[in-house]
Design a binder for this molecule. Structure first.
Ligand code: SAH
Length: 466
């Protein structure tokens, strides 16, 4: 270990930064966030430093650094682009035994700045000992994604109740188990969902021995349109702590692979004409699992509240008093449009976008055709493949031009994505001679013409542009 990591209390302590440019500003900001009393010695004050001065208040001395300046400082940073000045600062600091950092010159440093993950009061620091700062920063980004921003609030809550818990639970092992349950169970979830008062209530109930933890809960998670890395951080975290995963056919195996290894996986997929479980049975299943104390990740394709019947599932939970939370996902329209290079709105093409379902009920599609046939808009049709011809004909009958561009996107955002572009008049026939794999999304409007220009995603499924 070339450097020993410690966390230094700087609040109210005198610190000196030599230099007034952008790099100096970054260090000043960090020290200011730690509450340091900062003096800046510089001949020229750059605008970032001026901005920090306005926000935190700094003592700025406009002069060149000289050895006698180094009095009563706990820590010094030299961030000038002048080698001699940097050396002078380091030498003077070392002579006085003051901690010194010279930006970009590890050989002159008695301490280095780590990459910081700030979830105050939780702080994590990553360092490569000056060997590869960019690598340390990349690692920090990885850690950032696994620590929810609300961890700071969780730690604050623990701090607030720490002595009360200590008084109540005298045995250290019992206390450890209590806190582990809090940090991994409902208390933490309430904090992450920004429900501070409920979190406190859960904690106090648990402390009073009312076993809240035996109650399960349901996470209604939108898993996005296909590509696994389009999941949200929250979705991933909840999937990794769930005891049971209940999923649809739209959720790809790569996404299910990201769930907790030892969780029970229940497939309740609904495919056209192939309903594995009726919706009511799914609603009941979720409620029963939660009542049996399980944490249930109900994973749906796209967003649970867009043609996802997510509302019905949580209604049942609500009626039965089961705790749940809803995690939004990237809906197919957003995912497919982005990956096909088709902006859904565009100043020159479309001022609005409408998501509709093309699902046939009693062999007819009930949509407001007059409204949908108006110009300057984009229509996205979910579940529209079977009714495609009806949709195109109805739009034309209500005034849409026959040559209005249409895109059909197969398995959007995945490696097998395929984009077929045509017009209202030609698409049904083109599709008829193709093998099209589900799921497919249809985008209608002149924004589709942008696909040629903006297409960036190279998938293996060959697209046809007609
Ligand atoms: N809740 C989902 C939609 C469920 S309805 C969401 O927000 O995306 C199912 C329909 O979504 C499919 O019939 C198809 O039209 C569309 N869909 C979902 N994922 C898709 C994908 N990767 N590519 C194309 N269409 C998709």
């Amino acid at each position: 270990m070339d450097y020993f990591p410690i966390f230094v209390k700087l609040s109210g302590q005198n610190c000196l930064v030599v230099g007034g440019g952008e790099i100096a500003a970054r260090k000043i900001e960090l020290l200011a966030r730690a509450g340091a009393k900062i003096t800046v010695i510089t001949r020229k004050v750059g605008s970032p430093v001026a901005a920090i001065e306005a926000k935190y208040g700094l003592v700025i001395v406009q002069k060149s650094f000289a050895e006698p300046d180094l009095q009563d400082f706990k820590l010094v940073v030299s961030a000038t682009d002048n080698k001699e000045t940097n050396q002078l600062v380091a030498k003077a600091a070392n002579a006085l035994g003051v901690l010194v950092n010279v930006v970009d010159d590890p050989s002159l440093c008695s301490f280095i700045f780590p990459a910081i993950i700030d979830r105050s009061p939780i702080i994590a620091a990553v360092s490569s000992g000056g060997a590869a700062p960019v690598l340390a920063r990349l690692l920090r980004a990885k850690i950032e994604t696994t620590i929810p921003p609300a961890y700071g609030r969780l730690a604050q809550l623990a701090e607030k109740f720490r002595s009360q818990v200590k008084q109540h639970l005298k045995d250290p092992t019992q206390r450890r188990i209590f806190w582990e349950n809090c940090f991994q169970g409902q208390v933490a979830e309430q904090v992450f969902a920004d429900n501070g008062p409920q979190a406190e209530q859960c904690l106090l109930q648990a402390l009073a021995g009312q076993q809240q933890y035996t109650n399960g809960e349901v996470y209604l998670i939108g898993a996005g349109p296909g590509a696994a890395d389009l999941l949200t951080f929250r979705a991933l975290r909840l999937m990794q702590q769930a005891d049971v995963v209940v999923y649809d056919h739209l959720v790809s195996p790569e996404i299910i692979d990201l769930a907790r290894r030892d969780s029970e996986k229940i497939y309740v997929g609904k495919q056209r004409q192939k309903h594995t479980l009726a919706q009511e049975s799914i609603n009941t299943l979720l409620a029963d699992l939660a009542k049996a104390g399980k944490r249930v990740a109900r994973i749906k394709g796209g967003d649970p509240f867009i043609f996802g019947r997510g509302g019905e599932e949580i209604e049942t939970l609500m009626q039965q008093g089961i705790h749940f939370q809803v995690v939004p996902g990237i809906t197919a329209a957003s995912g497919c449009a982005a990956y096909a290079g088709i902006p859904l709105t565009h100043r020159e093409h479309a001022q609005s976008v409408t998501f509709v379902t093309g699902h046939l009920k009693d062999d007819s599609i009930n949509l407001n055709w007059t409204q949908l046939a108006a110009p300057n808009q984009t229509i996205v049709v979910y579940m529209g493949l079977v009714g495609l011809e009806k949709i195109c004909l109805s739009l034309i009958a209500h005034g849409s031009p026959e040559n209005l561009p249409v895109a059909l996107i197969q398995q959007g955002t995945t490696e097998t994505q395929r984009v077929i572009t045509a017009t209202l008049a030609t698409l049904p026939e083109i599709i008829a001679s193709q093998t099209i794999l589900p799921p497919t999304l249809i985008i209608i409007g002149t924004v589709v013409t942008l696909h040629d220009k903006l297409n960036w995603f190279n998938s293996s499924g060959a697209g046809i542009d007609v």
